[in-house]
Design a protein around this ligand. Structure first.
Ligand SMILES: NC(=O)c1ccc[n+]([C@@H]2O[C@H](COP(=O)([O-])OP(=O)(O)OC[C@H]3O[C@@H](n4cnc5c(N)ncnc54)[C@H](OP(=O)(O)O)[C@@H]3O)[C@@H](O)[C@H]2O)c1
Length: 229
């Protein structure tokens, strides 16, 4: 029987590559993005995939969108939920950090994934999996260069969310992983990224496949290595 995956921020970058690879692997893919009707890549994939791919409008910061997502998914079970949507925010150095920009990034990167998980919780199967796309930049142990206050703190807080979820959902045997995709050539990662989306997502799919209750609540690199908090 085919498995169901829900992916946020699915119209470009890493989210889109997740969509491509899970389709190829035979999964039913629910691809969420802010404007699926104008996403050429998703529309092209839909022409070939047909009912195997459903596109759903979702701005992760809009509570009504998240509720609509739940009603759209009603009747389907979720085997895997990938909270991928994220932003870097303006690059503001020490002395120029602004609260309004910080709140915007926290809303997308930290608060929204939790709201999505809570709303979809009842649709996630027991033994299901939840992935939070974080970043090594959220690792306090790895912070040897400073700066990036906004992005770093948003992902460090997301890591804390992931850890708590792993405890709170353990009773349902839902495993949770916080993942770093590598420095990847996407709009966010830029052209100097060290790896392409295919390499990153091929690695992350292995991490997800190997995820179980024994490994739940950890911070994984795309190659499977555990990253210190
Ligand atoms: N690339 C890297 O090197 C790297 C490294 C570490 C971690 N990450 C993380 O990996 C994830 C994906 O990154 P990426 O490189 O693929 O970035 P990207 O190319 O900039 O794509 C970001 C995706 O998030 C979506 N998004 C942003 N705000 C949203 C919102 N409010 N509601 C719904 N969707 C929203 C975007 O949709 P629109 O097209 O509508 O804007 C887009 O689909 C992010 O969480 C990022 O922090 C990336």
């Amino acid at each position: 029987m085919s498995r169901n995956v829900v992916i946020t921020g699915a119209n470009r970058g890493l989210g889109l590559e997740f969509v491509k690879q899970y389709l190829k692997d035979g999964w039913k893919v629910f691809a969420c993005s802010r404007s699926p009707e104008t996403s050429e890549e998703l529309l092209k994939l839909k022409q070939v995939a047909g009912e195997q791919l459903e596109t759903i409008p979702l701005d992760v910061t809009k509570p009504t969108h998240i509720t609509n997502l739940k009603y759209t998914l009603m009747g389907n079970s979720i085997d895997l939920l990938i909270n991928n949507a994220g932003i870097y925010g303006e690059r503001l150095p020490y002395g120029e950090v602004r609260a309004d920009e910080w709140m915007k990034v926290l809303e997308v990167n930290t608060v929204a994934p939790m709201m999505v998980v809570q709303e979809l919780s009842e649709l996630i199967v027991d033994n299901g999996k939840i992935i939070l796309m974080s970043s090594k930049m959220g690792s306090v142990a790895d912070n040897t260069s400073g700066g990036s206050y906004i992005y770093r703190s948003s992902k460090a807080a997301l890591n804390a969310v992931g850890k708590s979820l792993s405890h709170d959902l353990a009773g349902r045997s839902i495993s949770v992983a916080v993942c770093h995709p590598g420095w990847v050539q996407t709009d966010m990662g830029g052209p100097n990224g060290l790896i392409d989306t295919v390499t990153s997502i091929t690695g992350l799919r292995k991490v997800i496949e190997n995820l179980d209750m024994g490994r739940s609540g950890q911070f994984f690199n795309y190659d499977g290595a555990v990253i210190p908090w």
